[in-house]
Write a protein that binds this ligand. Structure first.
Ligand SMILES: CC(C)(COP(=O)(O)OP(=O)(O)OC[C@H]1O[C@@H](n2cnc3c(N)ncnc32)[C@H](O)[C@@H]1OP(=O)(O)O)[C@@H](O)C(=O)NCCC(=O)NCCS
Length: 328
């Protein structure tokens, strides 16, 4: 069995022009900029306009990542789209992106792991490249969460935003690239973050629509604790697997769910906040798009340099969580 080293060759991101600020939300639900800022760190989030859909942003992010990897879409042999807000049920958003890009040699599918979807995708692509099954893989995380948010539920509607981020993976020299990956889930916590209606268990009907069963429901308090615990745990696991310590991390990119979650995880890991990236103020929580958007912002800003050790950790509905450690 082949044993190649996989790495990230190019990144990209894209999001809607529409902005929903805390002041806008003050006019929609009983909330305040002060509450949202102190409890979450969020100041604004991107919001798709009517007629904008998930793959639109995914394709833009993907094109940027492919170009920066100096490849052509036809070089890809694997395309994974991480999303919980697909364009439609069938076919997968991955296939729609594959067609739009002209990635005519790529197998395409969706990865449904909520906010951990991107790291799940990177983990799968990494294994496909390591084993020689795949040469170039695109992993894109893309969401239009604002369509599944109940704008009468002040606990959830302030958190989520829209966007897409992408990474192209391929073979790299053995001294760099992906050092360790770990993905996990626990479906017993299903009801901490879920949308109960619209599937085969509760098929879409005028009743489910009227009851808002397709919207996200969340037990924020419980989720908060599990998020901190599992992101810290999985981070330690990937560090241990790579025989590294928290002080070896040059850049920590956690899933952007809540600034307080980020701060708590960083404190648990003993990683100084100067080495932790946060864009929560500008984007809110974009689920599977959050880490790849943040990663590409870091690349563009020159915050990640050759030889840097980058830790990414996520947590999301399912519940799912994961960690990926990369030497850039
Ligand atoms: C949702 C979250 C921000 C709430 O913060 P919190 O500090 O736990 O706040 P609580 O839920 O304890 O609510 C405290 C009070 O604020 C109120 N509140 C909730 N949302 C509010 C809002 N947007 N504006 C004003 N008040 C709000 C609550 O009703 C509650 O009022 P009460 O004390 O009168 O009952 C926080 O729990 C969280 O971020 N959880 C994780 C969510 C998450 O990341 N989900 C995605 C996972 S990927």
């Amino acid at each position: 069995m082949a044993n190649y080293r996989a790495g990230i060759l190019g990144t990209g991101h894209s999001y809607p022009e529409g902005i929903l600020t805390n002041a806008d939300l003050e006019r929609i639900v009983e909330t305040s900029d002060e509450w949202i800022t102190t409890r979450t760190g969020i100041k604004q989030r991107r919001k798709a306009s009517p007629g904008e859909y998930t793959s639109l942003f995914a394709v833009r992010a993907a094109r940027q990542a492919i170009e920066r990897a100096r490849l052509d879409p036809s070089d890809l042999d694997l395309l994974l789209c991480a999303t919980v807000t697909p364009d439609q049920i069938l076919p997968s958003t991955g296939c729609l992106i594959q067609a739009e890009l002209g990635a005519n040699k790529a197998a395409a599918m969706d990865v449904v792991a909520a906010c951990s979807g991107f790291l799940y995708g990177v983990t799968l692509a990494n294994t496909m490249i390591q084993t020689g099954q795949s040469r170039y893989a695109l992993v894109v995380g893309a969401e239009i969460l604002t369509q599944y948010v109940d704008y009468t539920d002040r606990q959830t509607c302030v958190l989520f935003g829209d966007g897409a981020g992408a990474a192209v993976l391929g073979r790299v020299e053995p001294e760099r690239g992906i050092l360790a990956t770990r993905i996990r889930s626990d479906g017993r916590y299903e009801e901490q973050l879920f949308s109960p209606g619209g599937g085969t268990r509760r098929p879409p009907s005028s009743e489910t629509l009227a009851a808002g069963d397709h919207f996200f429901k969340m037990r924020g308090n419980e989720l908060f604790k599990v998020a901190v615990r599992s992101m810290a745990e999985v981070s330690r696991e990937v560090l241990e697997e790579a025989s590294l310590r928290p002080e070896d991390i040059d850049l920590f990119i956690p899933h952007q769910a809540n600034q307080r979650i980020t701060d708590a995880v960083a404190a648990k890991l003993d990683v100084d906040i100067s080495r932790v990236y946060s864009n929560i103020a500008m984007h809110g929580n974009t689920s599977s798009a959050s880490i790849p958007i943040a990663l590409d912002e870091c690349v563009e800003a020159g915050r990640v340099k050759e030889g840097n050790v980058v830790l990414m950790a996520s947590f999301g509905g399912g519940v799912t969580w994961g960690g990926v450690l990369v030497k850039w």
